[in-house]
Design a protein around this ligand. Structure first.
Ligand code: ZN
Length: 301
């Protein structure tokens, strides 16, 4: 079992490693791989379970301050592993049976450098320390981007150009704590890691976890897949979260929009929890308990 205190601790690199090691040691059927490397050389890890012919992707921590999503996904991963090894239900759902026909792939932390900078300051940015320091102006604890000041969730190739223009209109013209989409789409290794993963697998649908707002985003204009709404409604009913439509700088450039436009399959953004980022680790249990059934539904829909 993963020690409970690990789930009470922010998901920095050291803590993610400890959780990962516990899971690797206990569950031999868990397939742990490295799908890419961040700007600072940190690994981007993926964990898969069940049938690999078709998989549901869950990923978190695109943004530095939103590391609670990593803890949420690790805790769910442990629950799923436990249900597989014991043959027990998760919220009355026999996930072990479903996973025989459709697997899961979980990427708890897409932006490990951003998480590390937000938790430990500019010194966590390695060779980019000075640049991060100049951009952050004493606010490294508010860091959302990667180590080069590119917001990963503005760096995907979906409506990127329009988003780039909107960024400029709101005064974001270069590397920044948040919301700068880079020189071109997919310029960042963290973005490429997720893009390459999706292209190399048969992903049925994808769910990206952010914080905060207790909201579910499911649409991308006229190309929204027809199943998206009914799936989002099931997720909303289970979690009590609201269904939302993005506005302004939240439109385009993000993972959900890219996944929908590239594969014509459903993708979702879920904003977990309420309050102000970073949400504290002490909120994990409450949020996890509220979302566990929804997470299980994500795997079987
Ligand atoms: Zn976010």
């Amino acid at each position: 079992m993963v020690k409970l205190k690990y789930y009470d601790t922010p998901a920095d690199e050291q803590n993610r490693r400890r959780i990962s090691r516990s899971l690797d040691e206990e569950y031999s059927f868990l397939n742990h791989s490295i799908i890419g490397t961040s700007r600072c050389g940190r690994s981007i890890d993926a964990y898969s379970l069940g049938n690999e012919d078709e998989q549901v992707l869950l990923c978190g921590a695109f943004h530095g301050m939103e590391w609670l999503t990593s803890l949420l996904l690790f805790r769910f991963l442990e629950t799923v592993c436990n249900s597989l090894s014991q043959g027990i239900c998760v919220r009355d759902i026999r996930l072990d049976r479903f996973l025989r026909s459709r697997g899961a792939i979980i990427v708890p932390c897409v932006n490990p450098d951003g998480v590390e900078i937000s938790l430990n300051g500019e010194c966590a940015a390695g060779k980019f320390e000075q640049r991060v320091s100049a951009i952050a102006q004493g606010k490294a604890h508010r860091w959302q981007a990667n180590a080069c000041g590119v917001d990963i969730n503005h760096n995907f190739n979906a409506g990127w150009k329009l988003l780039h223009e909107r960024e400029a209109e709101s005064g974001i013209t270069g590397p920044s704590l948040t919301r700068y989409g880079g020189e071109m789409p997919e310029s960042e290794p963290e973005t490429k890691a997720i893009v390459n993963l999706c292209r190399s697998k048969n992903i049925r649908h994808a769910v990206a976890f952010h914080s905060q707002g207790e909201e579910i985003y499911w649409s991308y204009g006229s190309i929204t897949p027809k199943n998206s709404r009914i799936m989002a409604e099931a997720m909303a009913r289970s979690s009590g979260y609201a269904l939302s439509t993005p506005q302004g700088l939240a439109v385009g450039g993000g993972f959900k929009d890219w996944f929908i436009s590239e594969f014509k399959k459903p993708a979702f953004t879920i904003e977990i929890g309420s309050g102000r980022n970073p949400l504290p680790a002490s909120k994990l249990s409450e949020i996890y308990n509220r979302l566990e059934e929804m997470l299980a539904l994500c795997l079987i829909m």
